[in-house]
Design a protein around this ligand. Structure first.
Ligand SMILES: Nc1ncnc2c1ncn2[C@@H]1O[C@H](COP(=O)(O)OP(=O)(O)OP(=O)(O)O)[C@@H](O)[C@H]1O
Ligand SMILES: [Mg+2]
Length: 262
């Protein structure tokens, strides 16, 4: 579903942010991306939604080579992905509902459909009752849940979360991460979470991709560090990337969002 093949990124000024990265992330999986600051995590995300083109190599999303995609196709690409950031990035003068609706309004959906889908998305993150609240009336964890609802409203096949718990306390962080995990399990959304949160990564025991100075240093199921308490259960080896990612025609998120409609 997501494949990086021999991807290198050299920024202007000469910083080599990624060096010959090879990764394969299957549809419906939940993956942590960890590594110290500057190791290339955000760069990896930006390649996927085509904010950035690699200096070398190819990035595939659902079988399509993103690196060869004409610029006019990037809005369609981005609609298949939801993105969540550390600082929530909510519009401060819009309510939770308006924040979630906004992406659909921009595309020009039918207003009644927008309302239904936005409310379903808020319900999914447990904030149905707070739909009219403004961001400043919500806790950090609630604001992050609104931003997750916003990311889900387009029924994306993949959700990319770049340090989603960076501004949250440990308990709230764990709740937000569990919410992401349940979205993956119930909606089939592929979820990639970049994080520095050692505790959460250890507790959740998922596949962990470790970047070090732009290279994949480790890729296995387990904890944040190499010392894993229990024997690791490695993911099957990534299939030789041939550009044929295992994308399917229907987004599983479609079905899941309909289930929670009011
Ligand atoms: N637009 C840019 N121009 C030049 N260098 C950049 C640019 N963006 C990132 N870099 C450099 O590329 C490297 C990787 O940056 P990136 O933001 O991907 O790291 P990160 O792992 O997300 O770090 P953090 O954990 O701090 O968010 C760093 O050395 C960074 O300084
Ligand atoms: Mg980053």
């Amino acid at each position: 579903m997501i494949i990086y093949r021999n991807v290198s990124v050299r920024y202007r000024g000469g910083v080599e942010a990624l060096t010959r990265v090879n990764l394969s992330i299957g549809e419906g999986s939940f993956v942590f991306l960890v590594g110290s600051t500057g190791s290339g995590k955000s760069t990896l995300f930006k390649l996927l939604y085509r904010e950035l083109a690699p200096t070398e190599g190819h990035v595939y999303f659902r079988g399509e080579d993103v690196t060869l995609m004409p610029p006019r196709h990037t809005p369609f690409l981005r609609r298949q992905m939801g993105v969540v950031f550390q600082d929530f990035r909510l519009l401060p003068y819009k309510s939770a509902l308006e924040n979630v609706s906004y992406a659909l309004q921009v595309i020009g959906h039918d207003p009644r459909d927008i309302h239904r889908r936005a409310m379903a998305s808020l319900r999914r993150v447990g904030l149905f009752e707070r739909a009219s609240a403004m961001p400043h009336e919500l806790s950090g964890g609630e604001q992050q849940r609104v931003s997750i609802a916003r990311a889900l409203v387009n029924e994306p096949v993949a959700l990319l979360a770049d340090e989603p718990t960076g501004n949250l306390d440990p308990d709230t962080s764990f709740e937000v991460m569990q919410l992401l995990e349940s979205i993956c399990a119930e909606m089939g959304t592929t979820i990639v979470v970049a994080t520095h949160d050692r505790d959460i990564v250890d507790r959740m025991a998922r596949r962990v991709i470790v970047l070090e100075a732009g290279r994949v240093a480790r890729d296995e199921v387990g904890g944040y560090d190499a010392e894993i308490p229990e024997p690791p259960a490695p993911e099957p080896p990534a299939p030789e990337a041939n550009g044929e990612a295992s994308g399917s025609a229907t987004a599983p998120a479609d079905l899941a969002l309909q289930e929670v409609e009011d």
